[in-house]
Ligand binder design. Structure first.
Ligand code: C2E
Ligand code: CA
Ligand code: CA
Ligand code: CA
Length: 279
């Protein structure tokens, strides 16, 4: 039994070493990707309930690996956050998303709002707001055409400081969406104080909203709360006509999901817009 225990232990350390060296390799590969500009943004439309109009897009990062193809953010965002590589990456994301939105405008489309995800480390930096102001200036994007998506966890870190930052951003005309709503463990009381514009209902609640009465109760609760707090409410992960019909009946404002459109590269998005919107 001892022997077996020992072997088990060795097996674990070997596994751990492999994991660690896997992380080191990934970190190096990530640095290479940053240097070689292997990242791309894919844009997913957000659709208004009443008009069916596209209001804007969420920018989602992909790593276009020369051998592995597209790698999704779940595989690298966490590590980038740990190593600090998320900072140059986020700067690139913001700049590119703003620039592409200006480009859409120049092509004669109506004005769309570009939503960009903000990482915890990025939000905590002292120069977060000035960095955004600089990027808007450099790219020529009007502040009201930028929305920042933040999770409740980011905002709970230090609430008074977070409120100050959000107030600054909103005074500039930038709008704020609370992402993955309902998945954190924070209390609801902060909704009273946080200067935000929109709540995004996490897609884990939408998936079985039709068949699971518990999900239905939560989703209806969030929608009615948002309406009464005069916040916009968006449902993520709308995958079927049935999802859409249900949510629309429950007075949801905005939808995002595969039922309407998948995230797509800018060129594909332009084609999509030409087909779907009168330019
Ligand atoms: P998120 O902010 O919740 O983004 C929405 C995710 O849902 C995206 O996954 C999107 O592709 C996916 N999605 C959209 N519609 C549907 C649907 O109908 N069904 C299903 N099952 N999924 C749908 P993605 O692109 O893999 O991104 C995962 C997460 O990575 C994002 O979650 C966000 O937290 C993070 N992320 C993505 N891009 C960035 C970025 O530029 N910066 C930072 N800091 N985080 C990012
Ligand atoms: Ca998001
Ligand atoms: Ca989300
Ligand atoms: Ca509403």
């Amino acid at each position: 039994a001892k022997r077996q225990g020992r072997n088990t232990f060795q097996w674990y350390t070997e596994g751990l070493n492999k994991r660690v060296s896997g992380r080191v390799r990934l970190r190096n590969a990530l640095q290479h990707a940053i240097d070689q500009q292997q990242f791309e943004l894919h844009y997913q439309p957000q659709i208004q309930d009443t008009s069916g109009r596209i209001l804007g897009f969420e920018a989602l990062i992909r790593w276009h690996h020369p051998e592995r193809g597209y790698i999704l953010p779940a595989e690298f965002i966490g590590l980038a956050e740990d190593t600090g590589q998320i900072i140059p990456m986020s700067e690139w994301v913001l700049r590119t998303a703003c620039r592409d939105n200006v480009r859409l405008n120049a092509l004669g489309f109506e004005e769309y709002v570009m939503a960009v995800n903000v990482s915890p480390m990025q939000f905590q930096r002292a120069n977060f707001v000035t960095g955004i102001v600089d990027t808007l200036k450099q790219t020529g994007l009007a502040a009201p055409l930028l929305e920042l998506e933040l999770t409740e966890n980011i905002l709970m870190e230090s609430t008074t400081k977070a409120i100050e930052i959000l107030q600054m951003l909103r005074r500039l005309g930038i709008s704020i969406a609370l992402d993955d709503f309902g998945t954190g463990f924070s209390s609801l009381s902060y909704l009273k104080y946080l200067p935000i514009d929109k709540i995004k209902i996490d897609r884990s609640f939408i998936r079985e909203v039709i068949s699971d009465h518990r999900d239905a109760a939560i989703v209806q609760g969030i929608i009615s709360m948002a309406n009464q707090l005069q916040l916009k409410v968006l449902a993520e992960g709308v995958e079927t006509q049935a999802h859409y019909a249900y949510l629309s009946k429950k007075m949801c404002d905005i939808y995002q999901g595969y039922y309407f459109a998948r995230p797509m590269p800018i060129d594909e998005l332009i084609t999509f817009l030409h087909e779907n919107e009168a330019a």
